[in-house]
Write a protein that binds this ligand. Structure first.
Ligand code: 5GP
Length: 235
């Protein structure tokens, strides 16, 4: 499979057209940004970790009943995916209070939630991905009601699967961001990636942060944390 024209370059990935109709190639970069790109840096090996972790988890999620855009691994930092029409909504599922949720509600990070909290954000770099209410995606025409219901169902199913899979590897899934898209036949599939960039992952015993918060908060040991997550996830 051959990469062709660059279609889109994001903060952490490049997306290329390919010589196979309906398929694209995603190249994962080591570039890291935080706080709506006001903080920029590089995390050596991050592109490889995020690519290999996503390529490992997406087939497992498919077996668990969550369709994904993943097609095949092409190399250490590249994978083939189905081209989608992306729904411009980020879905955050939270199992434990942390980050913006903890700040908004004045909670200490680490307080477990009685049931998973789902939040929707509008995907917009200019606006900084603002939080929106549950019915805004339908009211704004970003997703049909049936599509939003399916996105919600798949987000909870994926979260459930990942909690167990990661717990078996001594990782606590604190929260995670999902993105979805539509295939040409209208079916909803999980897009984007699952990685320490897009989730909070704490060591189950020590509560050590093994995710992008190490970069965001200048905690050091960012590369090691990403490698450790990949090693555990592949085990
Ligand atoms: P928070 O809203 O607490 O900052 O983030 C909640 C979860 O969603 C975290 O796991 C965070 O990594 C992820 N997340 C939310 N928005 C983004 C985003 O724009 N980019 C990335 N990489 N992750 C995000």
């Amino acid at each position: 499979m051959q990469k062709q024209k660059l279609k889109y370059e994001g903060k952490a990935k490049r997306v290329f057209e390919s010589d196979r109709p309906g398929l694209a190639v995603i190249e994962y970069k080591d570039d890291a940004t935080a706080f709506n790109a006001r903080k920029k840096g590089t995390v050596k090996g991050k592109g490889r970790v995020n690519n290999l972790m996503t390529a490992h988890l997406y087939p497992l999620l498919e077996q668990a009943g969550v369709p994904t855009h993943f097609v095949e691994l092409l190399g250490e930092t590249e994978q083939a995916v189905h081209m989608l029409s992306i729904v411009p909504v980020e879905v955050i599922v939270r199992n434990v209070a942390a980050g913006s949720f903890a700040a908004r509600l004045g909670l200490n990070e680490g307080v477990p939630l009685d049931s998973p909290v789902i939040e929707y954000c509008y995907k917009s770099d200019e606006l900084g991905d603002p939080l929106v209410s549950d019915n805004t995606p339908v009211a704004m025409g970003w997703a049909e009601p049936g599509v939003l219901a399916e996105i919600r169902r798949l987000s909870l199913l994926a979260n459930d699967f990942l909690i167990g899979y990661l717990a078996d590897r001594d990782i606590r899934l604190i929260d995670i961001k999902f993105e979805f898209g539509l295939l040409p036949d209208g079916s909803v599939v999980l897009a984007d990636e699952i990685s320490p960039d897009t989730s909070r992952l704490w060591d189950a015993a020590s509560a050590e942060k093994l995710d992008k918060d190490r970069f965001r908060r200048d905690l050091g040991g960012v590369e090691d944390a990403y490698q450790q997550i990949l090693t555990r996830v592949l085990t």
